[in-house]
Every structure is written in structure tokens, then in C-alpha cells.
Design a protein. Structure first.
Length: 211
């Protein structure tokens, strides 16, 4: 799941690789068109980046870097569509650390569930409850509510499933200790969640879409 600490977990040098990430929820720019290059000097910015090392990054910081780099890599490719030569390969400053941090996390260097959902949300009120009304996406490509909601739908399901994950672990412990009553209680918890944890039962998407 996401972690509010991710917002402040990246060393200063890594923040410089992602100005789009400095002020919390923010978008890279317009949708994936040449307009992106006109409104946000992404291509020039990425080419001029220094190659940074991941050696000093903690596990939490590597997750953060992975999310940042996955957004930058894909934005660079799509912003470069008007220049085929540019979009055929990533700048070394993005490609090298992206490969390294992906390998260290056991992930492929592509946008995935971890980069846009698991490590891409935070609480609106840090002291508030962990529920859909109190979470928001950290990074977006388009800045649209539709994109944000697309990610948050999954976050909502995963938040609702937390008791089930705990119950599954408790069920294994109950089996190991020969505790049939504990096992039954845990399985009942999991069973009850299977009928309630779903996008349609947790949210009403039309209420938060742009159109």
C-alpha cells in the first residue's frame, strides 16, 4: 500500500529529477501529445539530467524513485512522438537508474501497478482515517480527475481488503497452533469481505469523473 512518508523519502538530489513531484499532487502536463513539449520542457529537461546513483537509497526511497522514474520515462517517450529519434531511446539519466532501481525491487522497468497505484497515493489529512475520502493520488500524467479516480478505485479496494489480509495471516497462525476456533473466525472474516470488497460496492465513479 501507499505510505505518506514516500512524499518526503527521496534525497534532495532525486527531487531535482522530478520537479513535477515537489508540491504533492500534480500533473506532468497535457495529455500525451506534442503539446506536452510546448507546455513543459520535458525533453530538454530529461536530456540535461545528471546520472544519479541509487546506492545510498533506502528501500522506501527506491520505491519513490521507481515511481518518479516510471512517470518520467513514459512521459518522455510520449512527448517525443513528434521526434522518432528521441522517442526510440531514453536519456541515460533516466534509463540507467530506472534499470537499477527496478532490478533492486524485483520489478521490470515499466509503468506498473506499484508505480501508479501502490506507491502513488497519500492521505489528505495525515491524521485522518484510511478511507477513500481521505486519500489522493500523488502524481498524474494528465492532471484529470478521471485519471486520478482510475488509480484511486484500486486503492479503495485494497484499503477495504486490509482486514482480509490480516485475517489470512491469522488463519495460517491458527493452523500452525492447532486453533480451530481461531481458524474459523479468520475464515469467516475473509468470507464476509469477498462480497463487500469490489469497486462497485465501494464507490460511485460518476460522482468524481470530469464528465
Amino acid at each position: 500500500m501507499g505510505d505518506p512518508r514516500l512524499l518526503n523519502s527521496t534525497p534532495a538530489a532525486w527531487w531535482q529529477t522530478a520537479p513535477i513531484h515537489r508540491k504533492g499532487p500534480h500533473a506532468i502536463g497535457p495529455p500525451f501529445t506534442h503539446a506536452l513539449k510546448a507546455h513543459f520542457p520535458l525533453l530538454l529537461f530529461c536530456v540535461q539530467l545528471p546520472v544519479l546513483s541509487i546506492e545510498s537509497l533506502t528501500q522506501l526511497q527506491r520505491r519513490r524513485a521507481f515511481s518518479v522514474l516510471s512517470f518520467l520515462a513514459n512521459a518522455y517517450v510520449w512527448a517525443s512522438k513528434e521526434e522518432p529519434e528521441a522517442s526510440s531511446k531514453l536519456p541515460q539519466a533516466i534509463a540507467l537508474p530506472f534499470l537499477q532501481v527496478s532490478s533492486s525491487l524485483g520489478l521490470n522497468p515499466v509503468v506498473c501497478h506499484a508505480s501508479v497505484v501502490l506507491w502513488n497515493w497519500t492521505r489528505i489529512d495525515p491524521r485522518g482515517p484510511l478511507e477513500l475520502d481521505n486519500v489522493q493520488t500523488v502524481h498524474l500524467y494528465t492532471g484529470s480527475m478521471d485519471e486520478s479516480w482510475f488509480y484511486l478505485v484500486t486503492v479503495a479496494v485494497e484499503i477495504a481488503a486490509i482486514p482480509g489480509i490480516k485475517a489470512i495471516m491469522e488463519a495460517f497462525l491458527a493452523m500452525e497452533h492447532g486453533d480451530p476456533h481461531g481458524l474459523l473466525k479468520s475464515l469467516e472474516t475473509v468470507s464476509g469481505l469477498t462480497s463487500t470488497v469490489s469497486p462497485t460496492s465501494l464507490i460511485t465513479p460518476p460522482c468524481t469523473c470530469d464528465r
